[in-house]
Design a protein. Structure first.
Length: 318
């Protein structure tokens, strides 16, 4: 399906060096913020108090958040839990304040605002649980990266695997860099968004790599740069349709999903935008600089394969 067809190939690779210089600077900035500021980890990772409260009628989460903030408890997470009458409050560990004291003060404040407030559950999530979640999340991230590299190496060739995984890591580091720079809360939903971006970004790279492989078979007289430009140009309509529809859904979560989905949708938005960029100007350009050629994808077949000795175009320089 195509909304439009570009008749002339856009010379993307002509400007690959300039775009990759910008990408490299952005990547270094993300690394700098990660090391200088670090991630603002949520209660799931750092430990804290979880309080589940039931009300007789629906409550406004923003009003509750403003009331609880008067206690000096910052970085609160308040969300509906099951229904609009049930809420779940996550509070970070505060030095010198016991978990039971936190939950007691919060319940006293909520009862002043609404006498129907009933405490359903109050528990403390220790730092050890948070450490375990952080380690498990890191393991999941490593497993996804290794799996993607193996998949690309089997489907294409090692040069494509290296280019694809660097492009994917580029997207992940930049997302984390944004969260570190602005000190946005990094929670389990955000980690899930990062893992989703990894798969989403590699899909775009695979589409472009597939078209490059097809072009090596069909357009034997073209140079490698022209082959890549044609592959990217011919998939632009598909890219706009796919990413545009996905971003519309993510944008609806960002605008109307409330506090709970805000950072999840924000991470996906950053990942989608940089995923498009990295697939074109990072993955494709790196594959070009690693020296991809027709012989990498189409092996010599002595029984009459793609490299036919009687074909005047066979063995054309690409």
């Amino acid at each position: 399906m195509e909304f439009f067809k570009i008749r002339r190939d856009i010379p993307f690779m002509r400007h690959a060096l300039a775009f990759n210089a910008v990408s490299f600077i952005t990547f270094l900035a993300a690394i700098f913020f990660l090391f200088s500021k670090g991630l603002h980890l949520s209660v799931e990772f750092t430990g804290g108090t979880l309080v589940e409260v039931n009300f007789a009628q629906s409550v406004n989460l923003d009003d509750l958040r403003n009331k609880i903030n008067t206690l000096g408890y910052n970085d609160l997470q308040i969300q509906n839990f099951g229904s609009t009458r049930d809420i779940l409050i996550r509070m970070p560990v505060i030095k010198g304040v016991a978990s039971s004291e936190q939950s007691t003060k919060v319940m006293e404040l909520l009862k002043e605002a609404d006498a129907s407030a009933v405490l359903r559950r109050s528990e403390f999530v220790g730092p050890q649980v948070g450490d375990e979640l952080a380690v498990d999340g890191l393991k999941a991230l490593v497993c996804v990266i290794v799996g993607i590299m193996i998949y690309l190496a089997i489907r294409f060739e090692w040069k494509y695997a290296v280019a694809g995984i660097i492009a994917n890591l580029h997207d992940v580091i930049i997302i984390l860099g944004f969260f570190a720079a602005f000190q946005w809360e990094f929670s389990l939903p955000v980690l899930a968004a990062v893992l989703a971006v990894l798969g989403y970004s590699v899909n775009e790279s695979v589409v472009i790599f597939d078209r490059i492989r097809e072009n090596f078979k069909r357009l034997r007289k073209l140079q490698t740069v022209a082959i890549i430009d044609n592959a990217i140009t011919s998939t632009m309509s598909r890219t706009i349709i796919t990413h545009g529809c996905t971003q519309l859904m993510v944008l609806s979560m960002l605008l109307f999903g409330g506090e709970t989905l805000h950072y999840f949708a924000l991470a996906l938005t950053i990942g989608i935008l940089f995923g498009i960029y990295s697939s074109v100007f990072v993955a494709a350009a790196l594959a070009m600089w690693l020296g991809i050629k027709r012989e990498d994808l189409i092996k010599n077949n002595s029984s009459g394969g793609d490299l036919d000795p009687n074909d005047p175009n066979s063995g054309a320089v690409v």
